[in-house]
Design a protein around this ligand. Sequence first.
Ligand SMILES: Nc1ncnc2c1ncn2[C@@H]1O[C@H](COP(=O)(O)OP(=O)(O)OP(=O)(O)O)[C@@H](O)[C@H]1O
Length: 378
Amino acid sequence: MKLNKKDILEALKTITVPGAGENMVDSGAVTNVLTFGDEVIVDVTINNPTLQARKKTEVDILKTIHEKVYEKAQVKVNVKVNAPAAPEKNEIKGKAIPGIKNIVAVASGKGGVGKSTVTANLAVTLAKMGFKVGVLDADIYGPSMPIMFDVASERPLSVTIDGKSKMKPVESYGVKVLSIGFFTKPDQAVIWRGPMAAKALNQMIFDAAWGELDFLLLDLPPGTGDIHLSIMQALPITGAVVVSTPQAIALADAKKGVAMFQQDSINVPVLGIIENMAYFTPAELPENKYYIFGREGAKNLAEDLDVRMLGEIPLIQSIREAGDVGRPAALQADGPLINVMDEITRNVVEETVRRNTDLPPTEAIKITTMAGCAAVKN
Ligand SMILES: Nc1ncnc2c1ncn2[C@@H]1O[C@H](COP(=O)(O)OP(=O)(O)OP(=O)(O)O)[C@@H](O)[C@H]1O
């Protein structure tokens, strides 16, 4: 069949590119259409640089041409991203920390959704991939990293670096850990309020001997309170990952979490959403998936907010057991979590690289390639 350009343009007038109100032809997003027999090449330019936006544009064009013009048309879509001009001043806030390349905040709107479990598993997976990783547990309401890394009875030692006394993070499974939990008794209610907690956190960052780190994961307290603001003002946060479970109530809070980071005055890029406890898989029936808390809620939320869905973590008994005994489940030799965590971690690295390409380089945003990360190359 010989396709004609006019029919293609008419069909493309029925769809938009992400973020645009007008259809993709009238908005000027479609910059060229070429037809040869049953082949079509569509050049389209979009403003949104995310992988989802590019994929969605491509799929929408493909589907529309197949549905409205010719179902066997061979369609090639060239998506160009009209990258926003690099901001004049670096958007990263706070002082850059020498040696720390990326600070990734792990947040959740609601408590108990598994934010700390995800942080611990992300950390050990990044370390397995060859990255230098630190975890800073800033969850003043329930610091859980000392237990999750089996270092609850340890305390950071003091070391002298360049004549200054510094706090040496405790090391476990190749990950350097500092936690507000090291400075409180386990049974003591933590009633620190924002400024005090922020001061303690500042010390754990600026007065700590982290050494060289590719990633410092920051386990934030749940919610969107004052303490978050203090932390984000004090620290050069590269990007944030938001953890949610599939229930509507958790998703509503996750949405607030994403909105907090995206607020103009904060403007911390959201790397994506991770859905935890996405489905239940019993150990004896590893192929079965039971969506007990609802299905694809986080995926829909990610699409809605136009942020990346980084992956789904199942509800598995061994994840809870591993957390309780202080050996993150991602360290197991195999099991249902390994592939899932590898994929999510790769996605986090990918999004960090993408985000760093869009901003001018600073001390805080140095990872610009994924070279050296064997697992990422797979
Ligand atoms: N995917 C999972 N499968 C099984 N258990 C899980 C999973 N994720 C988290 N858990 C368990 O749920 C409990 C809460 O998890 P976690 O402490 O990580 O939540 P949190 O969001 O960090 O909580 P907080 O509100 O204290 O910050 C823990 O006992 C943990 O082991």
